[in-house]
Design a protein around this ligand. Structure first.
Ligand SMILES: [Zn+2]
Length: 236
């Protein structure tokens, strides 16, 4: 005989069949606290939330890919422009270079230009490195044991050179907001201070487009990571 029961979720009296299988649709109630209507509504809501999240992630990935593609394209254009410019000004610029190098020594002109470009951005990169290394140790519940330079095992100038060597087309200090500082051997592996010190060594660091890094995830290979830590710690 059909009867009704109060549903605490929608606060309504809903049809209830006590003889039907519990949780079956015929019983009218999914659980003590929700009629089937309420349960369905909740499922729908959760599904919509999930979908919205997926769409947002898609959008972020799209944005990252778009920014990188445009950075690459811009760099390509810049290179082409530069070649064009150089072709037109080869003689004049060679003269400037020769004159500058005559005063300041061989290669001084090139060095000066390299040093002047993107100093502010490189400072930002230094800060990022400092924060990232501090965080790596904080995660293990300890403070940073030494300066970032000591962790990397090289000076900032050397770190700069190391990264520039590994820049892909379109990467630059100006584009660092699109680039992750990637750990070849994932930082996640670090279980103690020794690991964290080794994994922050410069030889474990390289620039990587953010979306590439995200899709890579943290590949764990404990044996390889342990070998790496031992190798680096033997150098220290
Ligand atoms: Zn209900």
């Amino acid at each position: 005989m059909p009867t009704t029961k109060f549903c605490p979720t929608c606060q309504l009296d809903k049809p209830f069949d006590p003889t039907a299988d519990r949780k079956s649709r015929e019983s009218g109630f999914f659980s003590l606290y929700a009629c089937w209507d309420c349960h369905d509504a909740r499922r729908r809501e959760a599904g919509a939330k999930c979908k919205a999240k997926e769409m947002l992630e898609d959008l972020e990935g799209f944005k990252a890919r778009h920014n990188e593609a445009s950075a690459r394209a811009k760099a390509k254009q810049k290179l082409a422009d530069l070649e064009d410019f150089n072709a037109r000004n080869r003689e004049a610029s060679a003269k400037t270079r020769v004159e500058y190098d005559a005063i300041h020594g061989a290669g001084a002109f090139t060095r000066r230009h390299a040093a002047r470009a993107s100093d502010t951005e490189f400072k930002r990169f230094k800060n990022r490195m400092r924060v990232a290394t501090r965080r790596a140790f904080k995660k293990l519940g300890m403070g940073k044991p030494c300066h970032t330079e000591e962790l990397m095992g090289c000076s900032w100038a050397e770190a700069r050179y190391h990264f520039e060597k590994k820049f892909e087309l379109g990467m630059s200090w100006e584009n660092m907001h699109l680039i992750d500082i990637d750990h070849d051997m994932p930082l996640d592996y670090a279980k103690d201070e020794r690991d964290a010190i080794a994994l922050n060594h410069i030889s474990n660091l390289k620039p990587m487009w953010k979306s590439d890094n995200r899709s890579k995830g943290a590949k764990h290979c404990k044996v390889a990571a342990k070998a790496f830590v031992d190798k680096i710690m033997a150098l220290k």
